[in-house]
Ligand binder design. Sequence first.
Ligand SMILES: [Zn+2]
Length: 274
Amino acid sequence: MTDILTETAEANAAVEKFLHSGDAPAAPVLESPEPGFFRLPGGFTRGGAGADVVYEAEVRELTGADEEYLDRVKRGKPEKFMDALIERGLVSIGDAPASKDNIGLLLTGDGEKVLLEIRRATYGDTLEWDELTCPHCGERFALTLSIDDIPMTTLAKSEDRNFDVTLRRGGVAHCHLPRMADLPTLPADATDAEASTAMLANVIDTIEERGNVTFVAGAADAVRSLGLADRKAILTELSKRRIGPDLQAVSFTHDVCQKEVPFPLTAGDLFPGL
Ligand SMILES: [Zn+2]
């Protein structure tokens, strides 16, 4: 006759034997990608001909410690808030851990995609509004959108990150799509024209005119001497070529009246309370 203690001891011995036999079933294979992994719409590269382009990146969920840190950044240096958010939430780009250095090299559209994915990892996929009023039919309704409803443009070919703009008098400006480090830090009272100058100086590599090559790469004076029409042409080209998520272009069809409702979002909609 066996008592309960003997039975338990035998059962435990059987479990021990099973666990150490090497026959334990393999972990199930997950078909969907692990949470936090995603594809960059532009691709990361250190530049140079033939350099590798990396598309895989990983983010993690933000925690209370991140919230405290970000709150402090928001109070002290609000202009650094988005950078700080990316630095906290981005884990790796390809095999390399995220660093200030490689974040600076990300195309701005890739940086915006990183923000979206940090949002997804932290709060989930859905964006919800309790009460909206349809601008077409006046009906009140609740809206649920997914992160994936935000229009996303990918860079067709990695080489497209560099492009030329023909200037009015026949010269050419060799430019690149803006990277995170190209986003100028502007004084709060900067005008739109000053903001454009700072941006143009960072995205124009060289200007070739009548056989002369001017290296720009950050030099605002070289950009100030560009004609207004040329400045405008380059800015127009930059906005035509923008990649990544476009929060401004979000819209939905109201199911009652079947009309399209433009619904531009802001970063505040993605990170409520931050
Ligand atoms: Zn409606």
